[in-house]
Design a protein around this ligand. Structure first.
Ligand code: FAD
Ligand code: NAP
Length: 546
């Protein structure tokens, strides 16, 4: 490299000085920029991807779409935006959601403050200067008193460490790192490993192209029909007419989703025939919240949950013609709703196709990837392509990948060795002035995420404004407040059926990851009120300093 080129390296130009540095430019990072700019703060987002959109930029697999209706799963901060945007379908497809996010970036002129193709590799807080210094894989050095981690909960794709994977002669893909040009599986023998939400969405579409599809299933998941379809113009009109009220109503619910009256009865207080009629109506309506809202106790009482779980198992037995396959697909190891409930279009029906074979890798785990396929139970399944729908190092993965440290204390990864510790999912004791949007310990993935993102960022923006007004320069949680919050998060989870499932909520999809329940399942409404009360009480549980 010549001297001239050397001088052009960002590090050689000195640190970029900002008021707030944002990591990530998904829905959270973009909204952070919008709010920070409104406060008159100089902020910039650094994004590893070559485009904005986060989840919706990376996950381009066939069938990728949201599982919360698009009229709900969208930003609420600008009424003109929500009035003007037209969602063509009940559940937006990945390309449609990405188009929407790009529209938001343009409409609010956010792009000029986003640096793409840049991965933040380290973040260090200097207690003396009270500033964070972030470094990137492009040699940028960024200095700012405040740092906002908008790095996402499901942004660290994980391919299991299968022996032989690098010897595979065909092509392999991960759902969360899908090629932008798409993949044509026409006429190919394909293996899909994983039957979570991503697998369930892609399997019916890949089956239509592939000559043969093998689905390698370790755990059967419950899936409900999405009943997707074109947007009903009347529904869109009334929804838009009521938008502000609906958004406000969503904030009063556990999942931040309006339009589903809270249940009033226990599943065990109604006769079986009435109960099944109720489940039948919810099955016909489509959607997961509606189904789980059939009764008050489906997520807290195993006996109550059994009624709903068995209803869905019977549906699977009714749809899938081969009864051995049906039994394998019918989940029996966890209560419905305790792993992310999938929404599908023709998922179970797909197993009636002649070119689709379900392979049980629970009883016979995958032994290795061979040069020509997948070996399990001593059988070689020959394939031309493998799709890993194997999920993510969820909730903590993206943060742990950054070397986050402060003074001489432990790094964030060290502090979280036995599980994530946060206060309200927003901040970490010992890491001043670093905010997390929907961090572990917040309702995050148990809600309509865009509402959670807005709630978090609004709280952060109010906090920054308060600090400025009071001349405060530094904020971090008290260790006791953090400890009590983590205790509360666990206590609430333990009062539900969630811990009965081996799920990514508990980190159980990652070998060696501590088994700690990470999202807060006490409900969005209560959480948002608690955050507001904390602020009203002078940022109770936080220490502020000059
Ligand atoms: P992300 O969208 O994950 O964005 C984080 C960004 O940070 C990424 O672009 C990443 O590249 C970047 N980043 C991470 N680390 C670094 C680093 N070190 N340096 C630079 N950049 C970095 N939620 C719902 O509520 N409803 C749904 O229907 C729904 N469907 C989903 C479907 C899929 C396939 C997946 C994977 C998730 C889904 N989710 C859904 C959850 C979804 O992640 C959130 O709704 C939302 O998109 C999260 O936005 P975010 O900005 O917080 O995070
Ligand atoms: P996931 O739910 O974690 O599913 C991963 C799948 O891979 C599971 O079936 C898992 O089996 C399997 N698997 C992992 N390691 C394996 C191994 N070594 N051998 C065999 N099988 C293995 O991941 P995901 O489907 O990508 O979904 C993650 C989350 O993203 C969802 O829960 C949801 O929140 C979100 N998402 C939403 C949508 C949507 O509908 N809008 C779509 C996609 C994703 P086990 O269960 O046994 O671990």
């Amino acid at each position: 490299m010549s001297d001239v080129q050397e001088d052009l390296r960002p590090a050689a130009r000195g640190a970029v000085s900002l008021d707030v540095v944002v990591v990530g430019a998904g829905l959270a990072g973009l909204y952070a920029l919008y709010r920070l700019r409104k406060l008159g703060l100089k902020a910039r987002a650094f994004e590893a991807g070559s485009g904005v959109g986060g989840t919706w930029f990376w996950n381009r697999y066939p069938g990728a779409r949201c599982d919360v209706e698009s009229l709900e799963y969208s930003y609420a901060f600008d009424d003109d935006l929500q009035q003007e945007w037209h969602w063509p379908e009940r559940y937006g497809t990945q390309p449609e959601i990405l188009r929407y996010i790009n529209h938001v970036a343009d409409r609010f002129d956010l792009r000029k403050d986003v640096q793409l193709d840049t991965r933040v590799t380290s973040a260090e807080f200097d207690p003396a200067s009270g500033r964070w210094t972030l470094r990137t894989d492009r040699d940028d050095v960024i200095s700012a008193p405040f740092c906002i981690m908008a790095t996402g909960n499901l942004s660290t794709p994980r391919v299991p460490d299968f022996a032989g994977i690098h010897d595979f002669k065909g092509k392999w893909y991960h759902s969360g790192l899908w090629p932008h040009e798409g993949v044509d599986f026409t006429g190919l023998r394909v293996g899909v490993i994983g039957t979570g939400s991503s697998g369930v969405q892609m399997i019916p579409l890949i089956a239509q192209q592939a000559s043969q599809l093998y689905v390698f299933q370790r755990t059967a998941n419950f899936s409900l029909p999405a009943r997707n379809g074109e947007m009903d113009p009347e529904k869109e009109r009334t929804h838009k007419a009521e938008y502000p009220a609906r958004r406000a109503a969503a904030w009063e619910t556990p999942f931040a989703i309006a339009g589903h009256p809270a249940p009033t009865k226990s599943a065990l207080d109604v006769p079986e025939a009435e109960r099944n009629a109720q489940y039948e109506a919810k099955w016909a309506e489509g959607g997961s919240i509606s189904f789980l809202y059939s009764y008050t106790d489906l997520l807290v009482n195993k006996e109550a949950n059994d009624t709903a779980s068995e209803f869905v198992r019977n549906k699977i037995r009714g749809i899938v013609k081969d009864q051995r396959t049906a039994e394998l697909l019918a989940p029996k190891d966890h209560p419905i709703g305790t792993k992310r409930l999938c929404l599908d279009t023709n998922y179970y029906e797909t197993y009636n196709r002649d070119n689709v074979t379900l392979v049980d890798v629970r009883s016979a785990p995958i032994e290795r990837i061979t040069p020509t396929g997948v070996r399990t139970g001593g059988v070689d399944y020959e394939v031309d392509a493998i799709v890993f729908a194997t999920g993510f190092d969820a909730m903590t993965g993206a943060l742990r990948e950054i070397d986050i440290r402060t003074g001489n204390g432990p790094t964030l990864a060290e502090k979280w060795e036995y599980g994530p510790l946060t206060y309200l999912g927003l901040m970490v004791a010992g890491f001043p002035n670093m905010f997390i949007i929907t961090g572990p310990g917040s309702p995050s993935v148990k809600t309509q995420m865009i509402a959670a993102i807005q709630q978090h960022m609004d709280w952060i923006a109010d906090c920054l404004e308060t600090m400025r007004a009071k001349g405060m320069k530094r904020i971090e949680p008290r260790a006791e407040a953090e400890r009590d919050w983590v205790h509360h998060v666990n206590e609430v989870a333990d009062s539900t059926l969630y811990p009965l499932a081996n799920s990514w909520y508990l980190g159980s999809n990652i070998p060696g990851k501590p088994r700690v329940f990470m999202p807060y399942v006490g409900g969005f409404a209560g959480y948002a009120k608690r955050c507001a009360a904390v602020a009203e009480n002078g940022y109770e549980g936080f220490v502020m300093g000059r």
